[in-house]
Write a protein that binds this ligand. Structure first.
Ligand SMILES: N[C@@H](CCC[C@H](N)C(=O)O)C(=O)O
Length: 248
């Protein structure tokens, strides 16, 4: 099977085309394995769809399925564009969280995110106020002055308790710094798109940001998140790292 490997600012994915839905959890675990497989945070299966350019199945590296992945949405939009699955500079595809519309400009890809849901804004844990936001998948968000000391043991506990990804973020001038412990990878990842967007949403709802901000995930790359005409939008570069013939 031929797979394409992408990195979206350090969040990496194995992508391939299939013709029908199937339970591919075992395959996701194998391909995403860092030593015995290709190695990735997630796996995307591109499937035909009557109405949209395509639809996807998204799997985390532990084989669990997720409704949405912001970074993979940008990587797969680039993949579909290159393969001619989508036409022009736009891609429209169905995820478990709804339809994503992406714009491809060279390696720079912008995704219009699904309408978010604020599930809770009153969670007190570890001396902080957390919001639980569904930006396609559930994210806990805390805003801090310092995000250098991300306690991964505590993040793991919160991830289990709320069945959510866990983010801490800091706003400094016009830049949002974000760190994310990802559900399904069960560790901190170098970037998480829906996590960066969830952090922006909290700050936006609290009136602390307007328009557009630069975002730096742990990888140190620069992306941006914005709110324009009622839509949360998220953009940054993607990297196609290799194409491989897998034997597993
Ligand atoms: N890395 C993703 C999020 C992938 C899904 C998440 N791990 C979950 O299971 O909720 C992103 O860029 O948004």
């Amino acid at each position: 099977m031929t797979v394409t490997k992408y990195s979206a600012n350090g969040n990496d994915f194995v992508i391939f085309i299939a013709q029908e839905h199937a339970d591919r959890s075992e395959l996701a675990r194998k391909l995403c394995h860092r030593q015995n497989g290709v190695g990735a945070d997630g796996m995307v299966v591109v499937l035909p769809h009557r109405q949209y350019d395509f639809e996807w199945e998204f799997y985390n590296s532990d084989g669990s399925k997720a409704a949405m992945c912001g970074n993979a949405s940008r990587a797969v939009a680039h993949f579909a564009h290159e393969k001619g699955i989508s036409k022009g500079d736009k891609a429209e595809f169905l995820t478990g969280a709804g339809v994503i519309r992406a714009t491809i400009n060279g390696l720079y890809v912008v995704s219009d995110m699904v309408e978010p849901k604020i599930l809770r804004d009153d969670i007190d844990e570890a001396g902080e106020r957390w919001w639980l936001i569904d930006s396609g998948v559930p994210h806990l968000v805390a805003v801090r002055e310092n995000i250098d000391d991300f306690d991964l043991v505590e993040a793991r506990r919160l991830r289990e308790k709320y069945d959510a990804n866990v983010n801490i973020c800091r706003m400094e001038e016009d830049t949002l710094y974000v760190r994310t412990y990802e559900r399904g990878v069960e560790d901190e990842t170098l970037a998480c798109g829906t996590g960066m967007v969830a952090c922006f949403i909290r700050l936006h709802k609290e009136g602390k940001v307007t328009g557009q901000v630069k975002v730096h995930p742990k990888s140190g790359d620069e992306l941006y998140v914005s709110y324009e005409n009622g839509v949360y939008r998220f953009g940054g570069k993607v990297t196609k790292t290799f194409i491989a013939e897998t034997l597993i």
